[in-house]
Design a binder for this molecule. Structure first.
Ligand code: ASP
Length: 581
């Protein structure tokens, strides 16, 4: 090796040793007779000292060194006169006797420091330089560690890692597919997998019993902070298991990761029915770092002449603890925030429980102090609290109040990144109504099994049928989801029928899977974790971008390699995408 040590490991115990280090010039200070240079590598930073007074050659060499030059230095480990207690190598420095420039570097377009001056666009273009910065590299080291621990845990439980294909077949399930033209089969296309779902089920038919894969998946969707066109799942499938078995095994994985990677002992994960999550939090991914549960008020507010409440399907609110002191302006500002088209609230009612014990609402005309006392009791409110109330159609108003609850959680500092509140949400509906297409869609995917006791309702009340489906939620983010699958042809055909497939379409799209079910398919189920999201939560980040080495921007572009890009006319012709005229 070119070096004897890394830039992060030398300390007082190495005094007197002659060492050789390699790395990048972080910065250099010329103090006349002496020059100090910090040399950096993945492991840390070491201070070099050049006695340029006595050694003309060294003087010459040290002067030409710019930021990010790659150097190799040899010298003796000596004790520093002024020590730096902030870094592990801070007690020593290297008195350099020889230096070699391994490669010169242009001045980087932004500072390679923890706090950089580079904007997002610039850093994305020079991602390889951004990746030299500690915070970004640390995220990838964390991700690596998590991946190792996932493999360790699952291997221990007899899971086998199997690679499934990347060039597969386009299916009308879930999101839009990315497609790849086939040169050898003119006019035909492969699709990139949105997930290895059908393959992992086929592996169960093959008797693999326990499968996993840390796998790239592709979805052509609009991008957000927690979405990338290509992302990674920890994808798993098991045979001969109940939902309970799956929850236990993957609660175990979650616990193992928190323990080994973050040193946190999780308490047992609570389980919440989907219906309760919607009723109490207006979301199927409730953030349980704080309470502020919904309080339904229909029984106590209707029939008093206030038409907004009287005409609403649901009147529901939250108790913002300690916020009675909000000024009129602050409340108005909150209302305006709720009125933005993304949320679409028409108005908010509030009631202050003042410190002096009086109750004051924005609808005093309709509700006297006695009635407001009932409100306060329903909210469990105390002096100093502020009750915030919305009214409207039940589904819509719950979604709106969810936004308000999360916003109040932010304002009250209740969503600390170092606090983790995981839970299972269970008993999801099997189907969800889609306004746009005017038909039911599978809420999870078409392979999810209905609860046996609900199958009869498929014809009469499809929306009420519950699925054997579950999500793992952490801090308001869906981290994993899965289900017990259908494993018989009859039920799978019935499911496709309810999803609006003709028998021919179902056979064309998924015949291979239904055929397989006729050759001894074991009962099976599984789950997939969004690995990028899990890593970003572990890293305390809002976006998944910085746990991905080379992410795409919001328009799905990789600005570093400038992709997507056009291809040559000849390539198009060869692929029969467009023939030249
Ligand atoms: N394939 C599913 C998904 O990507 C996960 C599963 O059901 O295992 O959401």
């Amino acid at each position: 090796m070119l070096r004897t040590h890394t830039c992060g490991e030398l300390n007082i115990s190495h005094l007197g040793q002659t060492v050789t280090l390699c790395g990048w010039v972080q910065k250099s200070r010329d103090l006349g007779g002496t020059t100090f240079i910090d040399v950096r590598d993945r492991y840390g930073l070491t201070q070099l000292i050049f006695n340029t007074d006595t050694d003309a050659t060294l003087r010459e060499k040290s002067r030409g060194l710019g930021r990010e030059f790659v150097i190799k230095v040899t010298g003796d480990v000596i004790e520093r006169a002024s020590k730096n207690t902030k870094i592990p190598t801070g007690e020593i420095e290297i008195a350099v006797t020889d230096i070699e420039v391994l490669n010169a570097a242009k001045l980087p377009p932004f500072l390679i420091e923890d706090e950089t001056d580079g904007g997002e666009e610039l850093r994305a273009k020079y991602r390889y330089l951004d990746l030299r910065r500690n915070p970004i590299r640390n995220n990838l080291v964390l991700r690596h560690k998590m991946a190792q621990e996932v493999r360790k845990y699952l291997d221990e439980l007899d899971f086998i890692e199997v690679e499934t294909p990347v060039l597969i077949k386009s299916t009308p399930e879930g999101a839009r597919d990315f497609v790849v033209p086939s040169r050898m089969n003119a006019g035909e296309f492969y699709a990139l997998p949105q997930s290895p779902q059908t393959f992992k089920q086929l592996l169960m038919v093959s008797g693999f019993d326990r499968y996993f894969q840390i796998v790239k998946c592709f979805r052509d969707e609009d991008l957000r902070a927690d979405r990338q066109p290509e992302f990674t799942q920890i994808d798993c499938e098991l045979s001969f298991v109940s939902q309970e078995d799956i929850l236990n095994i993957f609660e175990g994985l979650t616990r193992h990761l928190f323990k080994t990677v973050k040193g946190i002992d999780l308490v047992e994960l609570p389980r919440m029915l989907y219906s309760d999550a919607m009723r109490l939090y207006g979301s199927d991914k409730p953030d349980l770092r704080f309470g502020m549960e919904f309080v339904e008020l229909n029984d106590i507010v209707k029939g008093k002449g206030f038409s907004i409440f009287d005409n609403a399907e649901l009147v529901v609110g939250i108790n913002a603890k300690g916020c009675a002191g909000y000024t009129r302006k602050q409340v108005d500002e909150l209302t305006e925030w709720l009125k933005r088209p993304q949320i679409g609230v028409t108005g908010m009612i509030y009631c202050r429980y003042n410190e002096d014990g009086t109750l004051k609402s924005s609808v005093d005309k309709f509700y006297n102090e006695d009635e407001l006392t009932n409100w306060a009791a329903a909210f469990n409110a105390e002096k100093g609290d502020l009750m915030l109330i919305l009214a409207g159609g039940a589904d819509k108003v719950r979604k709106q109040l969810n936004e308000l609850r999360l916003e109040m959680g932010n304002r009250l500092g209740l969503r600390d990144k170092n606090t983790f509140a995981p839970l299972w949400v269970v008993d999801f509906p099997l189907l969800e109504w889609d306004e746009e297409s005017g038909r039911y869609h599978a809420m999870h995917h078409p392979f999810t099994s209905p609860k046996p006791e609900d199958i009869a309702m498929l014809d009469t009340e499809p929306g009420a049928v519950r699925a054997n489906a579950y999500d793992l939620v952490i801090n308001g983010t869906e981290i994993g989801g899965g289900s017990i699958r259908i494993h018989d042809r009859g039920l799978q055909s019935l499911m496709f029928k309810h999803l609006g497939f003709s028998p021919e379409e179902a056979q064309k799209q998924f015949g291979f899977l239904m055929d397989a079910f006729e050759y001894g398919a074991p009962p099976h189920g599984g789950i997939a974790f969004g690995f990028d999201r899990l890593a970003s939560i572990f890293a305390g980040l809002d976006s998944i971008r910085d746990v991905i080495a080379f992410p795409k921007n919001n328009s799905g572009r990789d600005v570093m390699i400038d992709s997507p890009s056009t291809i040559a006319e000849a390539q198009m012709t060869e692929l029969k995408i467009k023939t030249t005229v």
